[in-house]
Design a protein around this ligand. Sequence first.
Ligand code: 13P
Length: 259
Amino acid sequence: YLQFILWSYRMNIKPIVAGNWKMNASKDAVKSLVNGILSGMGDVSAEVLVCAPFPYLSQVETLISGSSLMLGAQNLNVNVSGAFTGEVSAEMIKDFGAKHVIVGHSERRSLYGETSEIVAKKTKAAIDSGLTPLLCIGESLDQRESGNTEAVISEQLTTVVRLTGIEAFKNIIIAYEPVWAIGTGMTATPEQAQAVHMFIRNLLASSNQDIAEKTPILYGGSMNAGNALELISCPDIDGGLIGGAALKAEDFLQICKAG
Ligand code: 13P
């Protein structure tokens, strides 16, 4: 009975669909992509955001003005300002109307040496400035095959909880992105994804049950128009973080409608 109450409560949480464009954009492409998304937003009840590369934040801000489409960035520096050549702060991101920022994406962890400690600091910097972090966590194929998925997820998540405190998760969106599913076309099955999402929620619940129930946990990794509905239908999957399929308005909108 209690499970049912919690589940029905969770049914009221609005699904979130976020596009991560990664390093794919041009002024022309951004214009047609955003206008394409906006033209179909009337049928979408999910919360939708696009995470653009830094140089395009301004252009997207203008294009989405007055609509329900939201803007996010893909990274941030932990410092507020100063001599950090090439870096971008939370305040700068906010200056362009962005409300969200991706932190801890597996590409940043593996290609740019971001440890869980750095990711925790970035999560805190985002929250301190009023941005909502999309905190990405997920295991590699090796880690899954050696039976370490839960240990990896646990280390990535608890490092953040230790620094920010559990209360901060009132303003955090988690994205479970199994590394082996990113850009590979090898989507996690709904059963595989649901199992990890439930593990993540239980991990949060060990600190605070109420916050655990309310924290949105998105799935990311080869989510597309064809598989979005069955993934998002899982009880602990609250939406998606989309890479490749977020670059085509039609595909992205179909995922948004699934949400
Ligand atoms: P794909 O949807 O291209 O697999 O990318 C997922 C992702 O990394 C989103 O952040």
